[in-house]
Design a binder for this molecule. Structure first.
Ligand code: 13P
Ligand code: SF4
Length: 304
């Protein structure tokens, strides 16, 4: 690490103590952000941490819906997102009005929303899920018909593992959509003995060609397996930092240099320092929406 960066990190850590703050970082964050995280994990693990932390301040190094979920779960805490513009394009692909219209078309169906969604959409949903628990969540429902929003690909990849009738909203992750069957075939040709592991936000025809599809923490667990010596990593490239750190003896090959989420990369050390200095930008959720949205998240957490 350069001297400039070391100085910023020292200031962040001192301010973090002074403010009684915790830094939560997603597995897709820049390496230097992961390295200052008190906890680094997938969406489910981060929401579990946000629900149980006794810190006064949560600095969320991730994207907007993650900080919003923390604010829903812990309204008495100050939740900071170091760049308020770090959003999730997929979460923005459905509005609460659109979900209400979908519900009117399918009365009696249960609504499962991926946590990559706004608080307003969560408020209209019966239960949330993440890529780590989508099958369990869908299977836990008494209803036979399920509306799944906003990620059609996670929905389709889930539907293959359950008998429920699932109806999808046509959202998708622009980062994972860059991974195609041709990408997998090319990489398998180049590295014939490598395992290919992808994220379930990838298209089903991509998942079908992979050795496994898991949440980011599931990918980290797969890397720990004895028989994984060389792995082609089919998700956002930020995860490579942690994979290499935890398994310096193994080889991790990015599936595509294009698998980058520009929003995840908006969080920098400088912005983390500024956010702690200024205690801004704070992420809040209006009380009526929060009260409606929390049950979908808590119902999911109770299953996990
Ligand atoms: P997970 O870490 O839960 O697998 O989420 C992936 C993702 O795209 C978060 O935005
Ligand atoms: Fe959203 Fe995809 Fe970025 Fe995750 S990787 S925050 S799903 S755009």
């Amino acid at each position: 690490m350069e001297t400039g960066q070391t100085k910023i990190v020292e200031k962040i850590l001192a301010l973090k103590r002074a403010r009684n703050a915790v830094i939560l970082a997603h597995n897709y964050q820049l390496g230097e952000i992961q390295d200052i995280g008190d906890f680094v994990g997938d969406s489910l693990e981060l929401s579990q941490q946000a629900a149980k932390t006794d810190a006064d301040v949560i600095v969320f190094c991730g994207v907007h819906f993650m900080a919003e979920t923390a604010a829903i779960l812990s309204p008495q805490k100050t939740v900071l997102l170091p760049d308020a513009h770090a959003g999730c394009p997929m979460a923005d692909m459905i509005t609460a009005d659109q979900l209400r219209a979908m519900k009117r078309e399918h009365p009696g169906a249960a609504v499962v929303c991926y946590v990559n969604s706004s608080a307003e959409v969560k408020a209209e949903s019966d239960i949330c899920c993440t890529s780590a628990n989508s099958v369990n969540v869908v299977e836990s429902l008494k209803e036979e018909e399920v509306l799944f929003v906003p990620d059609q690909y996670l929905g389709m990849n889930t539907a293959r593992q359950t008998a429920k009738k699932m109806i999808f909203w046509p959202g998708y992750c622009p980062t994972h959509a860059r991974i195609t069957p041709a990408t997998i075939e090319r990489m398998r040709g180049e590295f014939p003995s490598a395992k290919v592991v992808v994220h379930p936000e990838c298209r089903p025809d991509v998942v079908a060609l992979a050795d496994g599809a898991f949440s980011t923490s599931g990918i980290l667990r797969y890397a720990s397996r004895e028989d994984t010596r060389q792995m082609i990593v089919g998700t956002e490239l930020g995860i490579i930092h942690r994979l290499r750190k935890e398994h310096p003896d193994k080889q991790f090959i990015p599936i595509s240099e294009q698998a980058v989420c520009p929003h995840m990369k908006m969080i920098t050390l400088e912005k983390v320092l500024w956010t702690l200095e200024e205690m801004s930008p704070q992420i809040t959720v209006s009380e009526p929406i929060r009260e409606q949205a929390i049950s979908a998240i808590e119902r999911m957490l109770a299953l996990s």
